[in-house]
Design a protein around this ligand. Structure first.
Ligand SMILES: Cc1cc2nc3c(=O)[nH]c(=O)nc-3n(C[C@H](O)[C@H](O)[C@H](O)COP(=O)(O)O)c2cc1C
Length: 438
């Protein structure tokens, strides 16, 4: 059976892939920017609009990360404003489960679901490190091993709260003056991280259970997603890595009694589209050069080597040292599981092509996923979905806020022509766009 593609728009923000110094780039905090990208996504009948979360500006060697775009606003506040200027688009907020209380999370996300008529999603992330934790009270961070214990418990409680009002709880008897039944919204929960009881103050929201997204990549993260998420936001956008990840995660579903259709896999991808394939390749090269300046190449290499490489010339050869495992040269950004094998690949590619360090970073790291004419991009995207490398994509533009204009104007019509993407919204809730049951 032909699968339908799911699409989300990622508002670009805190990293070097956003070319904030490009003359076409606009504010990353003005409401007009959010409104522009959301309107583009809704014109393209996307499933949802996605906001990441950055809880602390990254640092390299104790200084603010050269690549951070300073000033990322709070997701749920922005999405609440967008709810008023959109009608169908899903609205997904990344909110950390380590530094938030489940009662507050349940209330904030249910509120967005009410305000938007059933379009809210919570992207559960568990970044747990002490560096981020310093921003919070009482050294509020966890052992790494506990991050998913707390996430699992948070999600269980949040869902319990969303489910806490019975169908007949709202009495609304004006004559008798009874608004709600006596036991309305009562809950209690005891676990390793929380021991809470009380009443949940909101009636069921339009989706009942707002959509839950997960974006962690470890074994525990994948199990957490398989046990309870509706969508995974992954970093495995290439065809081969996507297929491996897809199978790994979908194979985990049966042990939780779930079907393959109940969890959608949507990797982060980037698209470069131009009139011809050759022009797109040239445009992609220009964008990569904007994204990876000399100093940026050094910082990105430091993330992999785990050591200070500032003495190296980005236009010279690769560092000769071995990586330091578990170093904290860079704080606030996820490290790499197997840096030695990445370095080996980089050295081989640099030797074979005569590349400098900067050229190696440009060519080896985070290259754009789909590059080509509108036809090429539409064909490739559809291949990824039909051949189970993904169920859809979270598109990450490199420009704020116009970075998806071309995609929506030129690629979406082709996906519609091929009947693999909707031409109009069939339902009103995000669950309905994603084809998910309650
Ligand atoms: C594609 C992707 C995007 C992510 N975006 C964010 C984010 O915006 N904010 C954040 O705090 N964590 C984000 N993370 C999640 C954290 O990396 C993750 O929850 C944490 O590292 C622990 O999970 P893990 O050990 O299972 O990877 C993202 C992860 C992935 C794979």
């Amino acid at each position: 059976m032909t699968k339908q593609i799911h699409l989300a728009a990622h508002f670009p923000g805190v990293n070097n892939t956003t070319v904030w110094a490009d003359p076409e780039s606009r504010s990353q905090i003005d409401f007009a920017s959010f409104e522009h990208l959301a309107a583009t996504a809704e014109r393209g009948t996307f499933d949802f609009f996605f906001l990441a979360e950055g809880l602390r500006l990254r640092e390299v060697k104790g200084r603010i990360h050269d690549l951070d775009v300073v000033g990322r606003p709070e997701s749920l506040t922005v999405l609440s404003a967008l709810a008023a200027v959109t009608t169908h688009l899903g609205l997904a907020a990344t909110v950390n489960s380590t530094f938030n209380e489940p009662y507050e999370l349940a209330k904030r996300i249910a509120t967005l679901d009410h305000l938007s008529g059933g379009r809210a999603a919570w992207n559960v992330v568990t970044s747990w490190d002490a560096f981020t934790g310093e921003n919070f009270r009482r050294g509020g961070y966890l052992d790494k091993a506990d991050r998913y214990v707390r996430a699992q418990e948070s999600l269980r409680i949040v869902r319990k709260l969303w489910d806490s009002w019975a169908d007949d709880d709202l009495v609304l008897d004006q004559e008798a003056g009874v608004f709600a039944r006596e036991g309305t919204g009562a809950f209690a929960d005891e676990g390793a991280h929380f021991g809470i009881r009380g009443r949940f103050g909101l009636p069921p929201s339009p989706q009942g259970r707002p959509v839950v997204i997960q974006a962690g990549d470890s074994d525990q993260g994948r199990d957490f997603a398989a046990s309870g998420a509706d969508v995974i936001f992954s970093r495995h956008g290439s065809f081969a890595a996507g297929q491996t990840f897809y199978k790994d995660v979908k194979d985990r579903l049966a042990k939780y009694g779930r079907t393959e259709e109940s969890l959608k896999i949507m990797p982060a991808v980037t698209v470069v589209v131009a009139d011809t394939d050759a022009e797109a390749v040239e445009k992609a090269r220009h964008i990569r050069e904007q994204q990876v300046s000399g100093p940026t190449a050094i910082v990105l290499a430091e993330l992999i080597w785990g050591r200070d490489l500032s003495a190296y010339d980005p236009d010279g050869p690769l560092p000769t040292e071995d990586p330091v495992i578990g170093s904290n040269v860079t704080q606030g950004r996820a490290g790499f599981n197997d840096p030695a094998s990445i370095i080996k690949e980089w050295r081989e590619a640099a030797d074979a092509n005569g590349w400098s360090l900067r050229q190696t970073v440009i060519n080896q790291q985070n290259r754009q996923t789909f590059i080509g004419s509108p036809e090429t991009v539409a064909t490739e995207m559809n291949r990824h979905v039909q051949e189970n490398a993904a169920d859809g994509f979270v598109l990450v533009p490199h420009l704020t806020p116009g970075g998806l204009d071309d995609f929506v104007d030129r690629v979406i019509p082709l996906l519609r022509e091929r009947a693999v993407f909707r031409s109009e919204y069939a339902g009103t809730t995000l669950r309905s766009h994603l084809g998910l049951l309650q």
